[in-house]
Design a protein around this ligand. Sequence first.
Ligand code: 6CS
Length: 283
Amino acid sequence: MKKLGILAGVAGLALTAVLAASSVGSADDSKLEQLKAQGFARVAIANEPPYTAVAADGKVSGAAPDVAREIFKRLGVADIVASISEYGAMIPGLQAGRFDVVTAGLFMKPERCAAVAYSEPVLCDAEAMLVKKGNPKGFKSYEDVAKDATATIGAPGGGTEEKLALNAGVPRERVIVVPDGQSGVKMLQDGRIDAYSLPVLSINDLVKKAADPNLEVIAPVQGAPVYCDGAAFKKGDEALRDAFDVELAKLKKSGEFAKIIEPYGFSAAAAMSTTRDKLCAAK
Ligand code: 6CS
C-alpha cells in the first residue's frame, strides 16, 4: 500500500506540475512540458519511404520520424506516436490540434511557411517522374505534360508535385490525385496515368520494390526546384520549435544528423547548406 501511496503522491505532483505548466507556466515552455508529461509527441506522416514508413507491425521509421524521435528524446519527450495523413491534410490537422508536429518531408514553400512554424531544414530532394520504359511521351518537365493534351500525371493530393503540375499548365482534370506510392505504380502500369511524380528518393524506393523492367525514372524533373522539408509546428508553438532547432543544430554539428539520414539516401550537407529563411523566401 505504501508503494501505491507514494506512487499516488508522485502522480499527484506530476499532475499538479502539468496543470501548473499549462495554466501559469510561461507560454514559452508549456507545450514542451505538456508533451513531456504526455510521454510522446503526436506526429503526422505520409508513409512514403524513405521519408516516412510504417511497417506491418506498426513500427514507424523513415528519416523524418527518426530525426524527430531522437530530438524529442533529448528534449525529454520519451517517444513519438505517428498518424498517417495525406499531405494536403497535414497543415489543417496540425492547426486543429490533431498532431503536435508534422515530420513527413513536408517541403518548405512560402505559402506553407506562412501557415506553420518550420524547424530548420532536415531532408532535401529533387523531383522525379515515373514513366513507362522508353519514356514514350518524352516527358522531361511538368510543362511537357501540359503541352500533351492527352497526357495525365499522378501526384499526392495537396502535395508539391500536384502544385508543380498545375502551375506548369496541366489542367486540373489531367492531374490525378494518387493516395499512395503503390497505387501510383499500379495506375502507371495499368496505363491509367502517363506519369507519376514524387521526390527522387521516394520514386527510387518504389521502383526498387516494384522490380518492373517496364518502368523508367526521369530525374530530376527539369525546371523543378530542389526542396527541403523541416519539422512543421503549429503557429504559437515557436518556443517548442526553437527547442527542437537547438537539438537539431547539435545533431548536425556532432555528425549524428548525417548518421541518421544518410543511410536513407538523404544528404546532410544539402540540409546544412541552406536555412529556413532562405527556403521560405524562395519563389
Ligand atoms: O511536401 C510535399 O508536398 C511532398 N513531400 C514529399 C516527401 N512527398 C510528396 C509531397 O508532395
